[in-house]
Every structure is written in structure tokens, then in C-alpha cells.
Write a protein that binds this ligand. Structure first.
Ligand code: CP
Length: 358
């Protein structure tokens, strides 16, 4: 079944694996990018290779001119109704690198949603003017709904989910995997590793999406460290159990610090508190990394963070060669160029240019 062959109610009620099958294109690359479960190992290998080719091509003016010619006939809408720095700016830069012209709404008070227009009508409006919609929203499942709606309209333009509610951040997971792969590529690769997630795991969509994506790699143990009220939710652990992946949930970061290969810190996401100040009542003092904690880590461990951070990583850790979060952020731009290029079927042209010129 394809997404155009089901009602919204039917699509919404499918199992994730069935939704993924409904969204698949023949070559395995996504048209709409909605969930991290859409990315299989073949696609991940291809998109990471493409991101590396693009970052290499972009080093020269000739290469940059080539990239900017690829999609100069396209326009993209950046619809970010939730705050963002990195995701918004890296997608904007990615569009610029590919020659795509952009429009944006970053605050619904400035769009006709303020006058009561529905999400459906707003997105249909964007699809009338643009060839791609990149959207970040507060609401879980909205990108999915809008993708279904556009697929069943006269203007089925692709949607990229740039973060939806507490649930999914698939493009962050792509850049996180790319960062892990690059970090370990000269050290045996991303297999037989342990990744420790720390912080607000119950409301961290980046953790949920990356945990799913790690299922594509061999023997990756996942460790979830959080105070009990912020611990990872059962659906993620069920997904790990279904694949036979080893995991541990704990409130003791210090127990695992010396053993893990990658530490993925997250901030406390108090914007989701049911009542203002709820998070402040939770003791998070032992979920922070400073110079002393880095001393306890493996000499070749890496430290990641999707950012923004608050005080969970001390600023003086930034100079530690194991701190990857600034590189991770820049990797996001190259990965988003690769994803947009792949969405518009430019991968083969980029690969050919790379082989001929680099
Ligand atoms: N990592 C991330 O999504 O950052 P922004 O909220 O700044 O986009």
C-alpha cells in the first residue's frame, strides 16, 4: 500500500513498519522524511557517503558553483513554529548551498494561522508556492498528517520533519549517526560500541530518534541514565528488546562513565513541564559533565550533545578533543544538504562530480 491509497485514519493507525513501507520510494530514499525508522542501513551508508562527498566538493569555488546549480530551480519553505537555531540555520544554509530559494514562517503570529487558519490550509498554501516544506512543530504527528494530506493533493511536495513534539527529530538522528561514524571510522567503525544517553530522556526527541537509528548497527549497547521521572519511555525499550539489543536504564551516570564509547548529553526540557517549575523539583546535579567527569571517561570516548546546552556540559570541556558537539552541529549542515539532494534525486550527479573532480 502507498500513502496515496489510504485514508488519514487508516494511515495513522498503521504500525510504524507499515507506515515506513507506505512512504518508501523504489530506491529506498525518502520522499517525505518523517521518522528515523524510515532510514535503513543501505540508505544510511549512502547518505553518509553523500554528505562526505558534498563537504569535500564544497571546499572549492568550482565545487560550490556546481552544488549551487543543482537545485536553483527549486524553492523551499521553512515553517518553524517552535524555536530553533541549529536546525533552522543549517537547513537554511543547506538550501543556499544547493541554490534553493527559501521562504520562512518562524512565528505563527505573523501568518494567517493567527487569524484561525488551520494547519492543513496553511501547509496547502505553502505547497502552492514552494517545492519543499521543512517544518518544526510542537505537535507530535503533525508532519506525518501534513505529508499524508499533501500526498493526496494536486501539489504533493515533500515534507521534512525538522522536529515534532517530544517524539521525533529524524534529521538530528542522521547527523548524530554521521558524527558517530566519523568519530569511529579509523577505530574499527560503529559496531560493538556502547552509547550512553544522559539527561531528560523522557522528553528528548533527539534521543528517541537516535536510539531507533542505532538499531541499524551491529552490537551497539544503549545505556539510559536519567533521574527516574525523566527516564526513557517504554516504547523505546520495547523496540530494543524486539531487536535483541542490550540496554540498561539507571540513575547512576558515574557507574557507566568509565566504560562507554560515546556519551550523549541532553538538557532538561522544562518547556514541556505540565506545571511551571516541575523540572526544578528534580535533582539533576549528578547529570553534568565537567573536567573531573571527563577524567573518568575512556581516553578515546566521544562526548556529544544535540545542543542547545545549559549547564550539563561545562564550557571548559569544549577544548577537550573528545568533545564533538560543535563538529556534530556542523555535520548537521552537510547531512541536511545530502538529505535535500537525495530527496530531489541529485545523489548520482554529486557522486559523478566527486569522482571526476576530486
Ligand atoms: N539540536 C537542535 O534541534 O537544535 P535547535 O533547537 O537549535 O534547532
Amino acid at each position: 500500500m502507498h500513502i496515496t491509497e489510504c485514508t488519514w485514519s487508516e494511515f495513522q493507525n498503521l504500525q510504524m513498519s507499515e507506515k515506513v513501507a507506505c512512504l518508501a520510494r523504489e530506491d529506498g530514499s525518502p520522499f517525505h522524511t518523517l521518522f528515523s525508522q524510515q532510514f535503513n542501513r543501505t540508505f544510511l551508508d549512502q547518505i553518509c557517503k553523500l554528505a562526505t562527498e558534498i563537504r569535500t566538493i564544497a571546499k572549492s569555488r568550482t565545487g560550490m558553483d556546481f552544488l549551487q546549480s543543482l537545485l536553483s530551480h527549486k524553492r523551499a519553505m521553512l515553517y518553524f513554529s517552535q524555536p530553533s537555531s541549529r536546525t533552522f540555520l543549517s537547513f537554511l544554509s543547506a538550501c543556499q548551498i544547493l541554490g534553493i530559494k527559501t521562504g520562512e514562517v518562524r512565528e505563527t503570529a505573523t501568518s494567517s494561522e493567527f487569524k484561525g487558519e488551520s494547519h492543513e490550509d496553511s501547509i496547502r498554501t505553502f505547497s502552492s508556492y514552494f517545492d519543499l516544506i521543512i517544518m518544526r512543530t510542537q505537535e507530535k504527528g503533525l508532519a506525518e498528517h501534513m505529508a499524508w494530506m499533501l500526498s493526496n493533493s494536486e501539489r504533493p511536495v515533500p515534507i521534512i520533519n525538522a522536529g515534532s513534539g517530544k517524539d521525533q527529530h529524524p534529521t538530528q538522528a542522521l547527523l548524530d549517526i554521521y558524527t558517530l561514524l566519523r568519530s569511529f571510522e579509523r577505530r574499527g567503525g560503529l559496531r560493538d560500541r556502547s552509547v550512553m544517553f544522559v539527561g531528560d530522556l523522557s522528553r528528548g526527541r533527539t534521543v528517541r530518534s537516535l536510539s531507533n537509528l542505532l538499531l541499524n548497527y551491529e552490537n551497539i549497547e544503549q545505556v539510559f541514565v536519567a533521574p527516574e521521572p525523566l527516564q526513557i519511555s517504554k516504547d523505546i525499550l520495547d523496540a530494543l528488546d524486539a531487536k535483541g539489543v542490550k540496554w540498561t536504564a539507571s540513575s547512576d551516570m558515574y557507574r557507566f562513565l568509565p566504560a562507554v564509547d560515546a556519551i550523549y548529553m541532553t538538557r532538561i526540557q522544562d518547556e514541556w513541564d505540565a506545571h511551571k517549575g516541575d523540572s526544578a523539583c528534580i535533582d539533576t546535579s549528578t547529570y553534568k559533565i565537567g573536567i573531573e567527569q571527563m577524567r573518568a571517561c575512556k581516553p578515546d570516548a566521544i562526548l556529544m550533545h544535540p545542543l542547545p546546552r545549559r549547564d550539563e556540559i561545562a564550557v571548559d570541556v569544549d577544548h577537550d578533543p573528545r568533545a564533538m558537539y560543535w563538529r556534530q552541529m556542523r555535520n548537521g549542515m552537510w547531512m541536511r544538504v545530502a538529505l535535500i539532494a537525495s530527496t530531489f534525486d541529485c545523489a548520482a550527479r554529486i557522486d559523478a562530480f566527486y569522482r571526476e573532480n576530486i
